[in-house]
Design a protein around this ligand. Structure first.
Ligand SMILES: [Fe+2]
Length: 362
């Protein structure tokens, strides 16, 4: 307490009030400095499928009730911290584009990305962009071009290709050189349609539905991007897909950003041997934190798109927890002594780096 010599009762009271005000101000400042600073966190977009009915091959009728598209958009609108949605071109097989546009606007959202469904129908069973039947291949490439047209109608900045049907299951099933020629040519055709105003994001995944998906890893994805050498064609990192491929998702960010090629992120978590599509931050805490650190360090400016399949959970609750987890972890990074970490990394020692990192929690 401040020493108060030779003061009148009024002066004492005023001095104490002043002291209290200062203390309160200091406490307020301290509290503010501890508040999550999430303003520079990438924005969140919810894949509408996260909020829909989920099914797998063991429960093909779905684990929960059907959620129509308009309801999915309304749920997305209620999510705190979510500013956008991702959709699929096939969402519009039975839904009017204008109605969708109105609903998204009513919820104060924007469409951030249009994904291309060239895997969900039987005709693509043996392949889409690489199908050896020119008619089926042409249907698939047209579907990619349709995503470009839809992205423009919806005001989305990008469209995406996850070519999950393009791959093989058995040895000797495909001729690899021809297959790769067809794949890259198909992507190039869609890229030409997207130019110059739309970005194209190529999403990689190791396997499923094929035992071997051709665009399998960040390296395979990057090989395609470098061969195409088109500034508006880049990659999408799906966190769980990177784990499946035994990658460090943070390193995958650095590899793509080395060439300014990280266009979109699909956020989720997984155990690492399957595409579990779980809530971010629930399994791989440190790996997720490292991923966020390098998104920040490598100046990733895109969206964090939630791509989850909450089979047995409520989609809205799972999506909200996803945003809350990632925002909290992003805020946690503000407490990291980056200079100390970089100095520790120069030693190349695990103990030295862990000693810096563990202070965030322990
Ligand atoms: Fe994804």
């Amino acid at each position: 307490m401040t020493e108060l010599p030779h003061m009148s009762p009024e002066e004492v009271s005023e001095s104490l009030s002043q002291e209290n005000r200062e203390r309160k101000g200091a406490l307020q400042q301290e509290a503010e400095s501890l508040e999550p600073q999430v303003s520079d966190c990438p924005k969140f977009s919810a894949g509408l499928w996260v909020l829909a009915q989920t099914a797998d091959r063991f429960c093909v009728s779905g684990y929960g009730p059907k959620v129509p598209l308009d309801e999915q958009i309304k749920i997305a609108g209620k999510l705190d911290g979510v500013d956008g949605v991702e959709c699929h071109g096939s969402d519009f097989d039975d839904f009017e584009v204008q109605r969708y546009v109105d609903l998204v606007a009513e919820q104060g959202l924007v469409t951030t990305n249009v994904n291309t469904n060239v895997w969900g129908t039987a005709k693509y069973g043996l392949g889409a962009f690489t199908h050896r039947d020119p008619k089926i291949r042409s249907h698939a490439i047209d579907e990619g071009k349709r995503s470009c047209a839809l992205a423009r109608e919806l005001g989305a900045p990008s469209m995406a290709l996850w070519l999950g049907a393009d791959g093989f299951d058995y040895p000797f099933q495909i001729d690899y050189p021809t297959h790769w020629d067809l794949l890259i040519d198909g992507i190039r055709q869609v890229a030409e349609e997207a130019a110059p105003d739309l970005k194209v994001g190529i999403e990689y995944k190791l396997k499923e539905p094929r035992t071997h998906v051709t665009v399998s890893t960040v390296g395979a994805c990057l090989a395609i991007l470098l061969e195409l050498n088109l500034p508006h064609v880049g990659g999408t990192i799906d966190f769980g897909h990177a784990l499946m491929a035994q990658e460090s998702p943070a390193e995958s960010v650095c590899l793509l950003q080395r060439y300014d090629k990280l266009f979109n992120v699909h956020f989720n978590d997984a155990w690492g041997y399957w595409d579990d599509d779980m809530i971010p931050g629930t399994v791989h805490f440190w790996t997720t934190l490292e991923f966020l650190y390098y998104c920040r360090k490598m100046d990733y400016q895109g969206w964090f798109g939630l791509d989850m399949f909450p089979y047995r959970e409520d989609g809205g609750q799972a999506a909200q927890m996803a945003v809350d987890n990632v925002q909290a972890m992003w805020a946690k990074l503000a407490e990291l002594d980056t200079a100390a970490l970089e100095a520790a990394q120069e030693t190349m020692g695990a103990i030295e780096t862990q000693q810096v990192i563990r202070k965030l929690i322990f």
